[in-house]
Design a protein around this ligand. Structure first.
Ligand code: BEZ
Length: 211
């Protein structure tokens, strides 16, 4: 099944390193990132899981719960978790789904191309408080993801959900944003009291409206 932006994230129940998880109940009204790994005891995945564990305070600040997936069983996960703590200097502090029957991997179309025979590709889904899929990413097994970029997208989504703005190239928290083209100037005058710069009629920049 192909999952598109705007779809409701498929629900599931699956075993994890924190016990059985019914996804929608576990997520509640928070944001979530669901991300898959090709297999246990693989070097790139080990570094990724350590990094997500280190970023937990950043995810917490944004009300985001992280949940990983690997298509191996719980016994294997439990041994791997020890390696992650030992080698990455951070214990796993979020659940890792033990998707040995590939139920979730199939539901989220994480088994793709040549990798499908042995494991999942590196998928990422950002899911909002209403359960709507807001971002999908698919990386090859050989390329570790940049979780700072995933945090940056969450910052952009949380900002643009609340204001009639979009975030330009390489935007990060605190940078200027762009006024949505659909907002007429008269309305922009009211919505953005700090003012805006019209570089072109369709390209108007304004300070982050939250600051
Ligand atoms: C890894 O996670 O290290 C990995 C997995 C599959 C292919 C290459 C690297």
């Amino acid at each position: 099944m192909t999952i598109r932006l705007g779809d409701i994230a498929p629900d599931f129940t699956q075993d994890s390193t924190e016990g059985p998880i019914h996804f929608s109940e576990w997520k509640g009204d928070d944001w979530a990132i669901l991300f898959s790994h090709p297999a246990d005891f693989t070097p790139v995945c080990t570094t990724e899981l350590g990094q997500v564990a280190k970023l937990k305070p950043e995810f917490d600040k944004r009300h985001v719960k992280a949940i990983g997936l690997s298509v191996d069983g719980l016994d294997s996960h439990e041994k791997w978790v020890g390696d992650i703590k030992e080698t990455q200097g951070e214990a796993l502090n979020f659940p890792l789904l033990a998707d040995a029957d590939r139920k979730v991997a199939n539901l989220y179309d994480m088994l793709q191309g040549e990798a499908a025979a042995t494991g999942t590709v590196r998928s990422v889904f950002i899911i909002d408080p209403k359960g709507v899929v807001r971002l999908t990413l698919t990386y090859p097994a050989s390329t570790g993801r940049n979780f700072d970029e995933i945090l940056r997208v969450i910052d952009s989504l949380q900002l643009t959900d609340g204001y009639r703005v979009a975030t330009p190239v390489n935007w990060k928290q605190g940078d200027d944003v762009v006024v949505l083209p659909a907002v007429p100037n008269e309305e922009a005058d009211k919505l953005f009291p700090k003012g805006y710069t019209a570089v072109k009629p369709y390209l108007r920049t304004t300070p982050d409206p939250r600051t």
